[in-house]
Design a protein around this ligand. Structure first.
Ligand code: KG4
Ligand code: ZN
Length: 344
């Protein structure tokens, strides 16, 4: 079975052809990162316009790279939510139009499900059930339990910011570019990760809070510079030395990773039958998160680095397992393609 996966939830326009259990035949990703690095974040209106420009060439290239034609494609899968509304509309409208024209079944796939299924792409050894998944992206921070394919239960979630968003906001305070994750890692290379201590947010059960951590970094920077808390955050970078930036980046990264893993360990203690751990989403590219998870938990899976950020292959993989689980395709003419917001 060949599935075309389309993804436009944020600032990547992506399409991919995936065969059966997640063999990636082509993977085309056009990123708008260079555009938004200048602004320090994504501007939704600009992102949607850029998706519109490159969407069809990206789909065409995905078919050409895989050496396939429309006749070979068995189904079309698209991210329908969550994400930026204007961006999602470009992908879903493209997918439903293509499904009508080429008469293919259409699968509207939840974005977080796709991130989790990135762990099945191009791998021989696949995660065993029941598993716990830590989904860490720019928009989400969740722990999910999966007892079988396409069977999800959210057991922990952030009450405010997502961890990726926190990386991006802390990077901005430190004068580092967007996206903040890779920028924080490289700035922190020569930093002392024990230099600054940030209190871990005190949220019960398996939920997270990241806005408190961002504020803790902000207040510590202001204190370190002997500036009042009223001092504008966008100006702090002009007062920080490169060593201070490195120390703040390293200390923040260590705290964020430790906080994520303390919750995942707690989830394991409450679910001792867990057979594997699956880390997913843009932040799963983080080196420290990768090495620390492997140290602290057994049987850990991460997506191949090129599949940790947004891509079409993971959307196709998620649709494949929906099809295997008996999920019916979405009617491309239906009104409700957007509001199907639950991961289950
Ligand atoms: O999954 P993703 O590509 O898009 C969303 O679905 O949100 O995640 C983007 C997020 C950004 O916040 C970015 O800063 C973060 O992933 N990120 C990282 C790394 N690479 C990307 N965070 C930490 N370390 C990284 N190496
Ligand atoms: Zn994503």
């Amino acid at each position: 079975m060949l599935i075309l996966g389309i993804e436009t939830s944020c600032d990547e326009t992506a399409a991919s052809i995936v065969e059966d259990e997640a063999k990636v035949l082509s993977n085309v990703v056009v990123s708008q990162i260079d555009i938004f690095a200048e602004y320090g974040g994504v501007i939704p209106e600009v992102a949607a316009r850029n998706h519109l420009e490159v969407m069809m060439p990206v789909v065409k290239k995905a078919l050409a790279d895989a050496n396939k034609t429309w006749d070979d494609i068995d189904a079309i899968a698209v991210t329908h939510t969550p994400g930026l509304l204007g961006s999602l509309l470009i992908g879903t409208l493209t997918a439903r139009t293509l499904a009508i024209i080429h008469q293919k079944p259409l699968y509207a796939v939840h974005h977080l499900k796709s991130h989790i299924y990135a762990n099945w792409l191009n791998t021989k050894k696949t995660p065993e059930f029941p598993l716990l998944s830590l989904v860490v992206s720019g928009g989400h921070t969740q722990i999910l339990k999966m007892s079988a394919h396409n069977d999800f239960e959210i057991i922990g979630t952030t009450r405010d910011d997502a961890v990726g968003e926190c990386f991006d906001k802390v990077a901005k305070i430190l004068g580092l570019p967007y996206p903040g994750g890779p920028a924080i890692t490289s700035a922190g290379k020569n930093g002392d990760s024990n230099k600054y201590k940030f209190p871990k947010p005190n949220v019960e059960n398996l939920d997270f809070s990241f806005s408190g951590l961002k504020t803790a970094v902000l207040r510590t920077v202001q204190k370190e510079l002997n500036l009042p808390i009223s001092h504008p955050s966008h100006d702090l970078k002009n007062h920080l030395s490169s060593q201070q930036v490195a120390d703040f980046a390293a200390s923040f990264e260590k705290t964020a990773v430790d906080y994520l893993l303390s919750k995942l360990e707690k989830a394991y203690a409450e679910n001792p039958e867990t057979k594997s751990f699956v880390v997913a989403g843009g932040v799963s590219a983080n080196e420290l998160l990768r090495s620390e998870t492997e140290k602290r938990l057994p049987n850990v899976f991460f997506p191949e680095r090129k599949f940790s950020g947004d891509n079409g292959a993971m959307v196709a993989a998620a649709a494949y397992f929906e099809i295997k689980s008996g999920v019916e395709p979405t009617d491309p003419y239906a009104l409700n393609i957007m509001p199907r917001s639950s991961i289950a």
